[in-house]
Design a protein around this ligand. Sequence first.
Ligand code: ADP
Length: 544
Amino acid sequence: MLEGLMQHDYPLTLGHVLERMRGMNGDGEVVTLTDDGLRRARYAEVAERVDRLCAGLRELGIEEGDRVATFSWNTQEHLEAYLAAPCMGAVLHTLNIRLFPEQLEYIVNHAEDQIILVDSSLVSALEELAPKFETVRHFVVIGDGDAGSLPSVVRYEELLAAQSPGFAYPRLDERAAAGLCYTSGTTGNPKGVLYSHRSNVLHALGACLADSLGVSREDRVLPVVPMFHANAWGLPYASALAGADLVMPSRFLQPEPLSRLIEGERVTVAGAVPTLWLDLLRYADEHEPDLSSIRLVACGGAAVPRSLMEAFEERHGMRIVQAWGMTETSPLGSVAHPPSEAEGEERWGYRSTAGRLMPLVEARIVSDEGEEMPWDGEATGELEVRGPWIARSYYEDPSTDERFHDGWLRTGDVAAIDAKGYIRITDRAKDVIKSGGEWISSVDLEGELMAHDAVSEAAVIARPDERWSERPLACVVLEDGGSASVEDLREHLSDRVAKWWIPSEFAFIDEVPKTSVGKFDKKVLRRRLEEGELEVAGEEVTAS
Ligand code: ADP
């Protein structure tokens, strides 16, 4: 090695994020919505409470490498846990509060969680499960509510109050585990993704880049996306690092309190899955809240309908930027800012893609035959990615090794990439509809159907067909008071997609079933179809 080289052994650990908060010297605040109104804390104060939480967790027996789980909404305390567990050398394991009991039992036991920090409003979801958790020694209850029948309860505020200020943080390797998050997994058991200090720090810096989310000191950031979901898209760590204020909605995730929070706190950046914004749009159209403080809404986790982006921009002056990612990619993989020269329709075209890759993340598309496909915007294949914040295997689960090969993660998404590097996700591998040997994109059909005024939600699944092997079946939810016939919808699609893509069968349903993270749950629809529970309408039927 040449003499005089940079300090390449200086570890990129989350301790730097914590020290940044402490050093904000009065700047930076966390605002949490509670039953009693808004609670505010300066970053330096939060950092001091993180020290106490570390001391408290140590007192409860937490050592380096132990898993500390959270079962909580987006709150100041959740942020404190986000920092305390990794900075003391333990691993923050964010539990998805919406999972089924059997999945939670599997995850907690698989991760061997030692402690669960649980919001008192969520205690009832864990009471019956607690005896089945094999390794959990304490439940630390946040808030004043009843701890029910939970065993070994410690009160969060009492634990903090009993500690002296200051904590002797260990010097950690940047490759040490920092966080653990299980993907909801559409088949088989949930799979654990293990983030490192280095991956989290670099990902947080990535979220601060102007061409991704551009989080800066000027921002007031509202993570609506739950903090149990993929590090809540990097927003908590990025905000802490940049000194941006954080506005935490806690369990008040309905359009009305969210709109009031955005208006009252002058939020500038927010993040959530498309379904949430669909609900908020309906509310905003009726009540006209002032959403103009928002400069960027990060939206992803599922394809973002262009009609949703247009409606918010035209009617409420709020810009939604689509991003693509997965739990396995920390999650920011690509962000859809259009090239500066693109205008009008072309600009919208770019904005409707999954976007350009984040710097440091590489991608390729691979055909069924294992051949790398060109970046011509046309050829499709499975999207594979690699980079410093991309998983290289799942946590303690060798049965999943086939998802990784020569350093690449197989995403399970089918995509095309154009010459400028914009990714267009055409489907998830398991949702693809193969008709007459050709692929039909359920994502595109859904986007076009949702652009119809009378349609509020649309999910397209494959229906077995003797002649074509599969044909699309469109499951459509109509707007309240809206009306559209199968013919209207087919007519609407006729100049928007290839003729042979247009479904001849539709099912008008009350609601598209959602997964625990609010995405369309097509496997439930497929099951309903199999079990004959979907009422399928042909061309002549009208629904209203
Ligand atoms: P899962 O949905 O499998 O439980 P994730 O929450 O990690 O797990 O979701 C990742 C998946 O979400 C991606 O593989 C992709 O299919 C989908 N996704 C994320 N962002 C987008 C987007 N902008 N457009 C289309 N699909 C997306």
